[in-house]
Design a protein around this ligand. Sequence first.
Ligand SMILES: [Zn+2]
Length: 278
Amino acid sequence: MKVPMFRGCVLWWLCGLTTSLQAQIKDFSLKAQYIEGNSKVLFYAKNPGVCPIQVQISLSNPEIVADPSLVRDTLHFVVASRLDSVVLLVLPILTETGKNLWYSHAIAYGNPAQAVDDDFQYQLPYRQGKTKLVTQGYNGRFSHQGEYALDIKMRTGTQVCAARGGVVLEARGDSQRGGGDASFADDANYVKILHSDGTTAIYYHLKYEGALVGVGEQVVQGQVIALSGSTGWSTAPHLHFSVKRPMWMEEVSMPTLFKSRKAEKPRSIKPWRLYKSF
Ligand SMILES: [Zn+2]
């Protein structure tokens, strides 16, 4: 009898920010192991990072699984953060077919079942007391169609503050490239922060060496985390800011409220208006 072999092909699930996701999730791993004595395949995952990771496993030849009910549903799992090793799936295999089991997997940030705090009051991502112009708002006509993101006009080198506290998931500051077409799309410097409710905030287009915090670092609301710039696909110095919530195998941007003069009256932000940060 031929012993089945297992080959995975890793298929990164890209949420727009190509290079970054791979950088952060590089610690995550999914492995399959064949247990010869009882003809079973074990899928197990390792997630030492600070963010839960979703995994979706696809089998190319599920017909060699002895119990079809085990693979009838989508093989989707959420692997908690800081986990050394966890068994996700055990599949009995019809070894007499002599076939290998082929699989691939995709990954994405976050646990879609986690409850998001829609009422949280974010700080506009610059120093308290400063006033800045928002040039593009939610669903903006220029480049924010279908996206809840803000563009805030900022001179290069302006201090960018954490809109909400959390832990740094990703940070990049090594790019010196920026310009007005899609060829620059992967060249932005940025900081991405994970909040306690599972949402993440992205601060985009930072200047060269403008990411002032490192991965794994804890930050508080209002802390200076970066210096603005115009790297990546950007025509003029500004900060692109957005908050995303984890959904099924993707992150989706969401509207948020911002602090105003009065705590009981948080603001929604609209384009072509000046806003003071509180
Ligand atoms: Zn933008």
